[in-house]
Design a protein around this ligand. Structure first.
Ligand code: BES
Ligand code: MN
Ligand code: ZN
Length: 530
C-alpha cells in the first residue's frame, strides 16, 4: 500500500490532484536490509541501543554505543547523530535521533523526533528514507500510534508556505524527499502500522490545510474565498456543505454578525459543513470557528504595529475546516458540524459605531462599546445557529482576546466551559497532542462586567479579566448545550518552536479537537447533561 502525497503550490493534496512528490509506504522490511540513501533509527536518552537501533549497532561493531560512551551523542530529544556504514548495511547513511528520557516520552515527542530526523535527512540531500515507527518499541506506543506520529512528524517538518516567494532559498527547493518507508519486521504489526500511516496522513494534511488558510494574506482569503475553500474541501472529502448569504443571515435575525460585516465591501458568509458517520453515531458535536478574515478593529481602529497579524484572525475557522477534513477521513462514530462565521472587520462610513446596539439571533441586544471586540459578536449568532443541529456539545475556537496572551502566554489556549466532563476530555486531548488548554472560570461574579446601561449586554467588559469577559459574553448564546470556549489568540500563530512548526500559523486546534472526536467514540459518554 502506497500513499502518494503532492505538494503543489505548497498545498498538500492527494495525488489525484497534483504531481506526486513524497511517497509514503509501510511494509515488512528489516531495516538493516533496507536499501536507501538514509535510514532513521532512534535512541532514548541515557539508554543503551535497543530494537532496530541495537541491531544496527551490532552490525556496525558497536559504533552507536561508542558515540554514547564518548559522550558525543546521548539521545537528547531531537539531537541527531550520523553514521556511515560500509558493506555491513544496505543503507548509505544512518541517522540516530534522540527521543529524550524514556520517562518523559509521549506520542507528541515521537512526532518531534521523527520531524528532527527527516529535517536532518533533507538537509543532507536524502531522497529515499527508511525508518522504523518512532516510539513503537521501548517507547511503548501502539504500532498504529507510532506510525501515525512518525508520519505526522515527517510531513509537518516539511511544511513551508512559499506561495508568495519568488526569491531565496525556499524557492530553490534543494532536493525534495521522494520516498519514506516505515519498515517493520514483525508481520503481525504491519496492518496496524498501515492504519497509523493512513491516519497520520489525514491529520498532517488537515494541519497543513489549516496553516495554509491561516498564512494566506487577507486579500486572498476573504469570507467568499474561505467559503469556496470550504466547498471544495467538502466536495473532495464527501462532506455536506452549505453557505449562507447575507440575506439568508438577515432573515434568520443574525444582527450581531451582520453588524460586524456592515463596514466591509466583502460579503459575509456563514459556512456550515457536516460529517455524518455511516454506522452508529454516539452523538453530535458542533465546532464553531471564528472567521474574521481581517480584523482592523473597525471604527475602534487597532494601532498599526503588528496589525498584519490580524490576517490570522480566522485561525478558529481554519482549524474548524481542518478538523472537518480530518474527520471525513478518520471517520469517528460521531456526527460533527463545523460552523464558520466569516466576516471582515473594517472601518468605513457604513461601519458599526461604538454605542450602536445590535440584536442577535436569540433576541438579546448588545451595545457595541468597542468595535474591536467583534469576534464575540459573530460567534454569538454562530453559536445560536449551531443549536439548530441539536448538538450534544459545542466547542468554539477563536482568536478572541489579547488578554489570553497576558494570562497564559503562547503555551496554552484559554479554556472556559459550562461542563466539567467536556473540559476533562479537552484537557486530556490537549495533553496528548501537546496543544494544551488551561481553564479560566466563568463565575457569576464576572457577569457585572458585561452589563450595559442601554442594552442587555456590553461587548467589551472593561480591562479586568478580559479573556473571561469574552467567555461570559458567549455564554449568553449557548442555551443549555454543554459548551467549551477556546481562546486561541496566544497559540494560533506563536508557540513553542518544535521541529514540526517553524513559524506562521500553527494549525492549533486541529490535532486537539480531532483527538477529542476520536476519543469520543471510545470512553463512554458520561454525565454530559450537567
Ligand atoms: N482578534 C482580536 C484579538 C487578538 C489581539 C488576538 C491581539 C491576537 C492578538 C480581537 O478581535 C480583539 O481585538 N479583542 C480585543 C477585545 C477588547 C476590545 C475587549 C482585545 O483583546 O483587545
Ligand atoms: Mn478585534
Ligand atoms: Zn478579532
Amino acid at each position: 500500500m502506497t500513499y502518494t502525497y503532492a505538494l503543489s503550490n505548497n498545498y498538500w493534496q492527494l495525488s489525484e490532484q497534483g504531481d506526486p512528490r513524497l511517497k509514503i509506504s509501510a511494509g515488512r522490511e528489516n531495516i538493516t536490509d533496507y536499501k536507501s540513501d538514509t535510514v532513521l533509527v532512534n535512541l532514548f536518552e541515557g539508554a543503551n541501543p535497543s530494537g532496530a537501533t541495537n541491531a544496527i549497532d551490532k552490525l556496525l561493531q558497536r559504533e552507536i554505543s561508542n558515540l554514547i560512551k564518548l559522550g558525543d551523542f546521548n539521545g537528547k530529544l531531537n539531537d541527531t547523530a550520523i553514521l556511515y556504514p560500509g558493506k555491513e548495511l544496505a543503507a548509505d547513511r544512518i541517522i540516530v535521533v534522540g527521543l529524550g528520557k524514556k520517562k518523559d516520552f509521549t506520542a507528541e515527542r515521537a512526532i518531534q523526533a521523527a520531524a528532527s530526523g527527516i529535517k536532518r535527512a533533507e538537509r543532507l540531500g536524502a531522497k529515499h528514507v527508511g525508518t522504523i515507527a518512532f516510539g513503537g518499541g521501548d517507547g511503548e506506543l501502539s504500532p498504529a500510534e507510532a506510525a501515525e506520529s512518525t508520519v505526522i512528524g515527517a510531513l509537518l517538518s516539511q511544511y513551508r508556505f512559499t506561495q508568495f516567494k519568488t526569491m531565496g532559498e525556499v524557492v530553490k527547493a534543494p532536493s525534495p524527499l521522494l520516498s519514506l518507508k516505515i519498515c517493520e519486521i514483525d508481520n503481525k504489526r504491519i496492518k496496524q502500522i498501515r492504519l497509523g500511516v493512513k491516519d497520520g496522513l489525514a491529520i498532517a494534511e488537515a494541519v497543513a490545510l489549516a496553516r495554509n488558510l491561516q498564512n494566506t494574506p487577507a486579500a486572498n482569503m476573504t469570507p467568499t474565498i474561505l467559503s469556496q475553500k470550504a466547498r471544495s474541501i467538502s466536495r473532495r472529502h464527501g462532506l455536506s456543505c452549505q453557505v449562507l448569504s447575507e440575506s439568508q443571515m438577515s432573515k434568520l435575525g443574525m444582527g450581531s454578525l451582520l453588524g460586524v460585516s456592515q463596514g466591509s465591501a466583502q460579503a459575509p458568509k456563514l459556512i456550515v459543513t457536516q460529517y455524518e458517520p455511516s454506522g452508529r453515531s454516539r452523538g453530535t458535536i458542533a465546532i464553531v470557528g471564528k472567521g474574521v478574515t481581517f480584523d482592523t478593529g473597525g471604527i475602534s481602529l487597532k494601532p498599526g504595529s503588528n496589525m498584519h497579524h490580524m490576517k490570522f484572525d480566522m485561525s478558529g475557522a481554519a482549524a474548524t475546516l481542518g478538523i472537518m477534513q480530518a474527520v471525513a477521513q478518520l471517520k469517528p462514530s460521531v456526527k460533527v458540524i463545523g460552523v464558520v462565521p466569516a466576516v471582515e472587520n473594517m472601518p468605513s462610513s457604513t461601519a458599526v459605531k461604538p454605542g450602536d446596539v445590535l440584536t442577535a439571533m436569540n433576541g438579546k441586544t448588545i451595545e457595541v462599546i468597542n468595535t474591536d471586540a467583534e469576534g464575540r459578536l459573530i460567534l454569538a449568532d454562530a453559536l445560536c445557529y449551531a443549536q439548530n443541529f441539536k448538538p450534544d456539545a459545542m466547542i468554539d475556537m477563536a482568536t478572541l482576546t489579547g488578554s489570553v496572551i497576558t494570562a497564559l502566554g503562547h503555551s496554552a489556549s484559554g479554556l472556559m466551559s459550562t461542563n466539567d466532563d467536556l473540559t476533562r476530555r479537552l484537557r486530556q486531548a490537549g495533553e496528548y497532542t501537546r496543544e494544551r488548554v488551561w481553564e479560566l472560570p466563568l463565575w457569576e461574579d464576572y457577569e457585572k462586567n458585561i452589563q450595559s446601561d442601554t442594552a442587555d449586554l456590553d461587548n467589551t467588559g472593561g480591562k479586568a479579566a478580559g479573556t473571561i469577559n469574552g467567555g461570559m459574553f458567549l455564554k449568553h448564546f449557548v442555551g443549555d448545550v454543554p459548551w467549551v470556549h477556546l481562546d486561541i489568540a496566544g497559540t494560533a500563530w506563536e508557540g513553542r518552536k518544535t521541529p514540526y512548526w517553524s513559524g506562521g500559523g500553527t494549525g492549533v486546534g486541529v490535532r486537539l479537537i480531532t483527538q477529542l472526536l476520536r476519543d469520543w467514540s471510545g470512553p463512554l459518554k458520561t454525565n454530559l447533561a450537567e
